[in-house]
Ligand binder design. Sequence first.
Ligand code: OTD
Ligand code: ZN
Ligand code: ZN
Length: 347
Amino acid sequence: MTQELTLIRPDDWHLHLRDGAVLHGVLPETARHFARAIIMPNLVPPVVTGADAAAYRDRILAALPEGAAFTPLMTLYLTEATDPADVAAAQASGLVKAVKLYPAGATTNSHGGVHDTDKVMPVLEKMAEIGLPLCVHGEVTTPEVDIFDREAVFIDTVLDPLRRRLPGLRVVMEHITTEQGVAYARAGGPDLGATITTHHLILNRNHILVGGIKPHYYCLPVAKRERHRLALREAATSGEARFFLGTDSAPHVDALKEQACGCAGCFTATNTLPLLAHVFEQDGALDRLEAFTSRNGPAFYRLPVNEAHLRLVKHQTPQAWPEKIFTEAGPVTVFNPGFPVFWHVES
Ligand code: OTD
Ligand code: ZN
Ligand code: ZN
């Protein structure tokens, strides 16, 4: 029997599009299925000011395929030199929908991030006043802290103190990967949201390391134990308003992934929706997929849901997608979940 599912057109609340040749190569993959996406600002150099964000948005719009209906929602990269007035103006003009906090050194291109929270308090206070969300990469970078513990330690030592200091600040815990992340998000009120990626619903750390190292499964925050993956599955499929999709699709060309010091990031823009349909069906939660992909995110960001729709069909035979996306900078490998997927986006 063919199964069908019509969803309000999804949005991606955490996406890396890069710039130049990679942007041109990967943007169609997102624009094909998603109406909007929160665009991460970790370019080299990063998107720091409102002027940077306006210029980057123009480059994204110029790279869109003919006829694509896709709106990039821009973010600013928080630095210790960020000017609160510039942030407020970028929000007031409608350009910027969030500011991104990267603890310095936490992930790809985050060396210009924040060392000392005190130095960014004036910006955060302004954001609390104007209701502009802070998207947080929630990992400490202290060398003594084990990489698998960095999220839990960040919650206790950075995020919770910050939220107590500035209770009015709206916060998105980006790409949560642990049961502690799920529990902390649940303990917050309506001003606390959390994005969950597609790959963290599928991978645990064994997938990265058992039977040979899998560079295309290496991302940050790194996938954790099975227990944590199951906690994320339960959260994503719960329908609760605080949890929404942020794919964190993070393209790197194969030459940069498949080397002695490979880059972090899973590229999931191409097949995220079939994979999510598979996951939600497995967990008996297909009726809650739309909340996760299309309703909870807009509600948190105080934006209308999309008017357009998207149709998923479950076929009798496994569906294929391109193994790689070819960009002028080189091929980018599409995330391979390691199991057959019968769902396909039809329109
Ligand atoms: N994680 N790779 C990247 C960013 C994310 O932490 C993230 O948001 C990237 O390549 O920009 C990754 O593994
Ligand atoms: Zn991150
Ligand atoms: Zn990211």
